[in-house]
Write a protein that binds this ligand. Sequence first.
Ligand SMILES: *Cc1c(COP(=O)(O)O)cnc(C)c1O
Length: 386
Amino acid sequence: MKKEDPSSLPSRTGGFRSLSPAVWRASTVLFDSVADFTTRKERLFDGYTYGVTGTPTTRALEERVADLEGAKHCIATPSGQAALCLVAMALLSAGDHVLIADSAYGPLRTFAHDYLQRFGVQYQTFDPTAGAEIAELVKSNTKLIFLESPGSITMEMQDIPAIVEVAQTAGVRTVLDNSWASPLGFQAIPAGVDVVVEAASKLLSGHSDLLLGTIATDDRGLYEKFRTAQSVLGQAVSAEDCFLALRGLDTLELRYAHQCDAALEVAMALSEHTLVREVLFPPLPGNRGHERWARTFTGGGCVLSFVPELSPEPKVHRFFDALEVFLIGASWGGVHSLAAFYPAKELEKRAHCRITDGIVRLSIGVEPPRKLITDLDQALDLAAKA
Ligand SMILES: *Cc1c(COP(=O)(O)O)cnc(C)c1O
């Protein structure tokens, strides 16, 4: 141990073991010699150089998520949106063309429109129910296809295996936002997708108390580009948040199983309700996208949407005000059930959206499903009567 080295902590951990990972905080990483210091960049990908690319706590999380995804590499980012933007920044250059599912996470489409275009990248949204016919949209300068299936809010399913085949033939990389299914519902890397992004703020961490994203890939070259971009763009992640996400992952399978079963029960009850025009939830038999979901995915999700038969809009507001168990809030995937409203005018911005009325989106938590169904029933009835 050199000089006054406060990192002598490991020598004091003899005889101590616990079930929790250590929270290693650091901006500075110490080096044994100046030779180690001057060659530190060589260890950017496989070692530790500076706090921005993480500490052993970050690596523990990245390894756990890589394992879940069935991927060789993973990078933790400050949020799901940061992960999506980092992938675009690392892989796109002026003159490139990118395809984005029309129902992809809204801020990704905004990033493409307001920033990527400014940097000379052309972008185009495509029908989120697309399959092999996406080949017609692929140009000689197309570099990436951003998929999200089912899509945010409107729940369209893309035919991922068909799109992957088109992309591989054309030499285009695919990126899937897999936040809805999580790797428990769909392992996209073994299915041939190049890059998988998770909004770990949602199901993976599971308690609505932190922001985190992950990027997984099998491709060493892509991994190195992402790690470099993370460093250059300063996308640091707090070790505490990694610790909390690791703790959340301990219960992921239990939460996921309960939340998916409960979401299907709620979806079935809603589909029989006279004040519900349409339920949007691919795991529901007969739903649009059900066949694709059943063929490709191994699990469901805890987020569903429905179009209420409540107009004019003030009636929808009364529905939300009457909810007692569901709380009103964005984000999803945590233990508390949440409800959010997307008015028709927000959906109008999409070029390929079949739905022209406001949509209610529910995130199903760990409460007993009966209690949730009763809450929805009473709120719908009250809103219709008022
Ligand atoms: C929430 C969400 C994101 C963004 O994740 P944040 O961690 O909130 O930035 C990305 N994609 C989907 C599908 C999401 O629901």
